[in-house]
Design a protein around this ligand. Structure first.
Ligand code: B12
Length: 219
């Protein structure tokens, strides 16, 4: 089964192979979303779990990440089909001091599959950089990721920076990442948090147009 091969290629960090297999899966008629969920996400989750159990080391994780991104590069253009354009703009990034971007890449792919336009600021993004991007791009949603308990508090700094610059009311803020709880999101004044990319995708499919309408009405 081609999904097993994709998973295996990610686990082995064979990025060229992941790229080719993803192309093959598309050619065989599998949807970009199914390749994402059953191949790329499953593959990277397996490697993440092995790392947690100390069965693989940092270089293997980085090679697996590279492979997942190679696969993502093939399906990303399909996830953001031109027919879906106009469904809102999302800025996303991982907070300053934090280099984890695997989870956010998956969330990004889900947002693309829901039809949103994405501006990815990458990792290690300072509150001022987030605010500058919000001022310039006027997104509907700002999505912030943190994977470390030591960097979670930077999410609060981002929200404070938006408030100081008078930008907070114009954008919905969604926070996420393994250590983020509902209580934490509420405490720092975020609008939403989701446990994983699937929960977020379901929310987005239901609510993106509502979010856009409420923004237009309030502006
Ligand atoms: C891969 C990994 C790394 C890679 C990162 C590579 C990369 N490009 O991202 C490398 C090796 C570089 C790394 C480095 C470090 N890491 Co690390 N890492 C992990 C690991 C194994 C997996 C994380 C991951 O990618 N999971 C897979 C993805 C799919 O899951 P996810 O990130 O949770 O994302 C999902 C959800 O959280 C959610 N989500 C994520 N972001 C967002 C954002 C929004 C808006 C929403 C809605 C949802 C959402 O949706 C995602 C998809 O479903 C975790 C352990 C684990 N199992 O979680 C440790 C872990 C996060 N790392 C940890 C640590 C301590 C570090 C280091 C300090 C050094 C170290 N001792 O390893 C450095 C820090 C570097 C830095 N400054 O950031 C700790 C954090 C402990 C803590 N509580 O703070 C963990 C938990 C490991 C552990 N048990 O000790 N790490």
């Amino acid at each position: 089964m081609i999904f097993d091969d994709i998973i295996h290629s990610i686990a082995e960090g064979e990025s060229e192979e992941t790229l080719e297999l993803t192309k093959q899966a598309l050619a065989q008629g599998f949807s970009a979303t199914s390749i994402l969920e059953k191949g790329l996400i499953t593959g990277i989750n397996i490697v993440a779990e092995k790392y947690r159990k100390e069965k693989v080391n940092v270089p293997e994780v980085l090679m697996a990440t590279h492979s997942m991104h190679a696969g993502l590069s093939v399906i990303e253009p399909i996830l953001t089909a031109p027919t879906k354009k106009g469904l809102g703009k999302i800025i996303l990034g991982t907070v300053a001091g934090d280099l984890h971007d695997i989870g956010l890449s998956i969330v990004k792919a889900m947002a693309m599959s829901a039809g949103a336009r994405i501006i990815d600021l990458g990792v290690n993004v300072t509150p001022k950089k987030f605010a500058r991007a919000v001022r310039k791009e006027k997104p509907d949603i700002l999505m912030i990721s943190a994977l470390l308990t030591t960097t979670m508090s930077v999410m609060k700094d981002v929200i404070v920076e938006l408030e100081v610059q008078g930008l907070r009311k114009d954008v919905k803020v969604i926070v996420g990442g393994a250590p983020i709880t509902d209580a934490f999101a509420k405490e720092i004044g975020a609008d939403y948090t989701f446990e994983d990319a699937f929960q977020f995708r379901d929310f987005l499919k239901e609510n993106l147009s509502k979010l856009l309408t409420s923004k237009r009405n309030s502006s």
